[in-house]
Write a protein that binds this ligand. Structure first.
Ligand code: NAD
Length: 422
């Protein structure tokens, strides 16, 4: 099939849209061209627009205005990236699908089951295809684990123990001070952070989940846990500032040195030591973690049973030293263990007694390599390289992780097991 660069627009040019997918697109000029973008923040429209050569008239304040121009024939597009906040995924995706456009949809698909169903229905009626940004399916260490399990390296699969180590400072940033701190404004923590992990579990097992239950609570980041004398902001002379692991200056100026990298890019659009400090004095990211308006849980355990008898557990925790994922898999004839950040996969074969290490490439804390691989794969798809192949993370393959997450949340609130399929 002939390949021509697809014309794409970024809806929501924030961290993901503007700092991940737009630069990835700039690196693949033979496959895609960013011809338009929409963002409510003027500085993001300017920054991302300038970096990607998007002309002024094609920088929209709202995704609706951008898609209205497509509908009117004033803007020609092949596909859009939906990277707006969680609560603003359903409508732009429905609208883009109604115009027949392909969509790269940031996870979560939608914050609730009704929204997921709306998108599924819109996709059924459209020639446009939805790819979900479950980027971890493109992480080499997890791809190799999936391939080994498929090839029977462990015999028959028995169980999986998967842990998502959010990282204590990362949790404070995103889930206490940041955009994912309140369930009503974003989504349950399990969906926001661990739909990737539920998707990986479903993928590795290769069967539907038939029973799920869960336990969790907002444990630590509450006013009752505040140290004596802690003020509203870390910069207001907090008596424990030097020893508090969650202190904002310690995270943004210490760990991340005030540099122009995530998470500082979220704190202020053009980070320097001075602009970060200014943002901590006045903005949401300088607030004491014990005095925020957060309500999401900070430690969650999920138990899952799959058709065919595989049992899995997933722990998602704020209280980790590392920001990574680890997994241990047990089969009738072997055991495997993987560490995402180190990119190492360890295989034990009970039949031969062999222990084998696979080095899949360290990724460190971030999932940049997986982001790039997913973006590249989608660019190829919208440019027509893969014909009708829907890819690894199309909507149909991605839906189940969300259905399991909603069932786990219901199971946790009602303290029982639930079959996600009903
Ligand atoms: N795949 C992953 O691993 C991964 C990682 C982080 C975040 N995410 C998801 O990506 C999405 C975006 O997250 P982010 O970190 O980039 O957030 P962000 O806040 O940095 O970016 C969102 C942008 O959308 C813009 N926006 C809001 N409403 C808009 C509208 N009506 N029209 C146009 N623009 C609008 C905002 O101004 C903002 O710049 C979220 O759904 C998030 O959960 C996915």
């Amino acid at each position: 099939m002939a390949v021509r660069p697809a014309r794409i627009a970024i809806l929501g040019a924030g961290n993901r849209g503007g700092d991940v997918y737009a630069p990835a697109a700039a690196g693949a000029p033979g496959l895609v061209r960013v011809v338009a973008l929409a963002d409510q923040r003027e500085e993001r429209r300017r920054l991302v627009g300038e970096r990607n050569g998007v002309e002024g008239g094609r920088r929209y304040e709202h995704w609706r205005a951008l898609l209205a121009d497509v509908a009117a024939g004033a803007l020609e597009l092949d596909a859009v990236v939906v990277a707006t906040p969680d609560a603003e995924h359903v409508e732009p995706t429905e609208a883009a699908l109604a115009l027949g456009l392909d969509v790269l949809l940031e996870k979560p698909i939608a914050p609730d089951l009704a929204g997921v169903r709306r998108i599924a229905l819109a996709a059924e009626r459209s020639r446009g295809r939805v790819t979900v940004a479950h980027v971890l399916r493109h992480a080499p260490v997890f791809e190799r684990l999936a391939a080994g399990l498929r090839d029977g390296a462990l015999g028959r699969l028995v169980g999986i123990d998967h842990v998502e180590h959010i990282g204590h400072w990362h949790f404070a940033h995103s889930y206490v001070r940041g955009a994912w701190r309140r369930e009503a404004d974003a989504s349950p923590m399990l969906l926001a952070k661990a739909c990737h992990d539920l998707d990986l579990l479903r993928w590795w097992v290769g069967e539907p989940c038939e029973r799920v239950t869960s336990s969790a609570a907002p444990r630590h980041f509450r006013s009752e846990e505040a140290p004596a004398g802690a003020p509203e902001r870390c910069t207001d002379g907090c008596p424990v500032e030097a020893s508090c692991p969650y202190g904002a200056p310690r995270i943004y100026l210490g760990r991340y040195g005030g540099r122009a990298v995530w998470p500082n890019l979220v704190v202020t659009p053009e980070p320097t030591e001075a602009s970060v400090l200014e943002a901590l004095r006045n903005g949401p990211y300088g607030r004491c973690v014990y005095r925020c308006d957060n309500d999401v849980v900070d430690h969650q355990v999920v138990a899952l049973e799959f058709v065919g008898g595989v049992r899995a557990s997933l722990t998602v925790t704020a209280f980790s030293a590392e920001m990574t994922r680890t997994v241990r898999v047990w089969g009738t004839h072997g055991e495997a263990a993987a560490h995402f950040g180190r990119g190492v996969l360890e295989w034990h074969d009970f039949r031969t007694g062999e222990r084998r290490l696979e080095d899949c490439g360290a990724s460190g804390e971030a999932h940049d390599a997986a982001d790039q691989a997913l973006a590249r794969d989608w660019f190829e798809r919208v440019a027509g390289v893969h014909g009708d192949d829907p890819g690894a993370t199309d909507l149909a393959a991605s839906l189940e992780s969300h259905v399991i997450a909603f069932a786990a949340e219901r199971a946790r609130r009602e303290a029982r097991w639930i079959d996600p399929r009903v």
